[in-house]
Ligand binder design. Structure first.
Ligand code: SF4
Length: 409
């Protein structure tokens, strides 16, 4: 575990930082106001839940809205199976998250703050509750913890709002979006916990300080969950703009095995070949230009003796199972794609399966109420690009080249 901003200070693995240590280390929380929103806009801080929407712009949209006192919904659902960074942050730095929530509430004029935490993240919810007990009374009164269902789609922002309103954690199609009419019909700011922790630092030290943390044209730092073939799996903080290979070497302690590819951004992310991954800068614009995203910050390194086709089939099967099954693309498309990729992976493909999954993936995008099918289709298309030979071997020969590699070793 490394730290340069959010994780600086006491070792995050040693547990929750107490209020006194937090205040001594970082100083008092400044007063929020229009200036903070301007600073956030200049900072180029983008949401860290996956969508990477500019934080300052989101806050301005809520602050300027009519329709009752806004609500701040702190999103700590973290339903991505490979991600741990939000949990580590909530467990180790709950006051930083609450500072960000307090600044958000003051900046948009919110009368209520909801801490939406995965129901399977008990330690994180416990740390936030204990930290809340040490906060000013006004903050305690307006804040409550809401247990989010432990499902992949529960963290999607419209699903979060719908769960608070109706007890159903399913996405809704826009409009209205939460910033227009969300919790109890009021303008609602839904913001990921890491984004809010960065806000707490920018509020104290300024947007220039934040921008200087990044490399090149990038601003700030990002929390990564490193896993797979690395010596030091876990949550690490790196400067945005750092090359992926350098992040794996310095934060992750280097590779335990030769690697064929990296899954970047989690299950809704993309497979990047090892050849491309090593020099790829973790910079939002560069990643977007190359068809990738940092998403929720997952970096899963695939050892070359593990099969990318089998891993892709496993992820698709999970995503098909986790869909809310309320829209056509998920009900009819995602399950069929997962089944076809499963047949290819197991060596029992039908003749048209490879052509089918290419065509169906293109047809899924943009058709659901949420981005669940788009995320799954994008991940599959990236797999087809990263593992062309492996897909061909599985499909035509019913054999796995990666497994053959392991057997030859
Ligand atoms: S696209 Fe899929 S996951 Fe999204 S709301 Fe529709 S059925 Fe649910």
């Amino acid at each position: 575990m490394t730290g340069i901003s959010l994780l600086a200070g006491p070792d995050p693995l040693s547990g929750m930082e107490a209020a006194t240590s937090h205040r001594t280390r970082l100083g008092a929380l400044p007063v929020a106001g229009p200036r903070l929103i301007e600073a956030l806009e200049r900072s180029d801080l983008r949401g860290r839940g996956g969508a990477a929407f500019p934080v300052g712009r989101k806050w301005r949209a809520v602050a300027g809205r009519r329709g009752g006192a806004p609500v701040v919904l702190v999103n700590g659902a973290e339903g991505e199976p490979l991600s741990r960074k939000d949990r580590v942050l909530m467990e180790a730095r709950p006051h930083l998250v609450l500072d960000g929530a307090a600044l958000a509430a003051a900046a948009v004029g919110a009368g209520e703050v909801l801490l939406y935490v995965g129901s399977d993240h008990g330690a994180a919810a416990g740390a936030l509750r204990r930290a809340l007990a040490d906060r000013p009374e006004a903050e305690r009164r307006r804040t409550r913890v809401v247990a989010a269902p432990a499902r992949y789609v529960a963290g999607e922002e419209t699903a979060a709002v719908r769960f608070v309103n109706d007890g159903v954690a399913l996405p809704t199609s826009a409009p209205p979006r939460p910033f227009e009419r969300g919790v109890a019909g009021r303008p609602t700011l839904v913001q990921n916990v890491e984004s809010l922790a960065h806000v707490a630092m920018i509020g104290r030290f300024g947007d220039g300080w934040f921008r200087d943390l990044g490399r090149g044209a990038s601003s700030g730092t990002a929390l990564l969950t490193l896993c797979g073939a690395v010596h030091r799996p876990g949550v690490h903080e790196v400067a945005q703009g750092t090359a992926l290979g350098e992040a794996i070497d310095t934060a992750g302690g280097g590779l335990t095995d030769a690697s064929s590819a990296v899954l970047l951004g989690g299950y809704f992310g993309s497979w990047v070949t090892a050849a491309e991954a090593w020099s790829l800068p973790l910079d939002a614009a560069t990643l977007r230009d190359r068809g990738h995203t940092l998403g929720c910050g997952v970096v899963a390194v695939l050892p070359e003796h593990r099969c990318g086709v089998v891993e892709t089939a496993r992820i698709l099967s999970y995503l098909a199972d986790q869909s809310a099954r309320q829209c056509g693309p998920c009900v009819f498309g995602l399950g069929a794609i997962a089944a076809a990729v499963g047949r290819i992976a197991s060596g029992g493909a039908e003749a048209a399966d490879l052509e089918r999954i290419r065509r169906w993936s293109g047809e899924l995008s943009g058709r659901g109420a949420c981005h669940h099918p788009d995320g799954a289709a994008g991940m599959l298309l990236s797999a087809l690009g990263a593992f062309p030979e492996e897909f061909r071997h599985h499909h035509e020969l019913g054999r796995c080249s990666a497994t053959a590699l392991r057997e030859a070793a």
